[in-house]
Design a protein around this ligand. Sequence first.
Ligand code: 5GP
Ligand code: MG
Ligand code: MG
Length: 180
Amino acid sequence: MPTEKITIKDKSFVPFIPAEAIQNRITQLAQQINEDYADKQPLVIGILNGSVLFAADLLKKLTIPCEIAFVRVSSYQQTSSTGAVKQILGLTEPVKHRDVIVVEDIVDTGLTINDIRKQLLAGEPASLAIATLLHKPDALKQPVELQYVGFEIENKFVVGYGLDYDGLGRNTAAIYVLSE
Ligand code: 5GP
Ligand code: MG
Ligand code: MG
């Protein structure tokens, strides 16, 4: 278990979720997904870059046959009517009639995951589920439907295990929180 704080650029972070706790929770999520999709072959779509470690560890624990795709989400773009919309980039696999599981690192305001959901639903999947490692319920700006949540956390900035601060800090086995 990490006991050391880490420094990234100008900020200090202290240990928040130990590597072992992350892995134990992912084992539980994978067991649930294995049961829920026992007779299915889902298309698992990881959202880059943040979900890459979570997706890899989750996928290793899935025993059902599944396909894997990774996509990016564009930065916020202004549109006249709806405000900010994020677009999915790089999805080449058709989602029509597929059982899709989106793998995300963190749901904060909920805007990103809801944009992703809307766009994927337009492709008429048979079903759509969201798996997020982290969720900050107090930060939500709109309601979200999340089927698999690793940890609900308080509204604080976290890094590690895929999550970055200014591009750095993704490559740790534990998750850290900004120290106050
Ligand atoms: P949302 O659209 O739900 O507000 O934001 C989702 C995205 O914001 C995440 O995919 C992530 O990139 C970023 N984000 C939100 N909260 C945090 C956080 O605590 N730490 C880091 N590193 N990124 C976050
Ligand atoms: Mg993300
Ligand atoms: Mg980021």
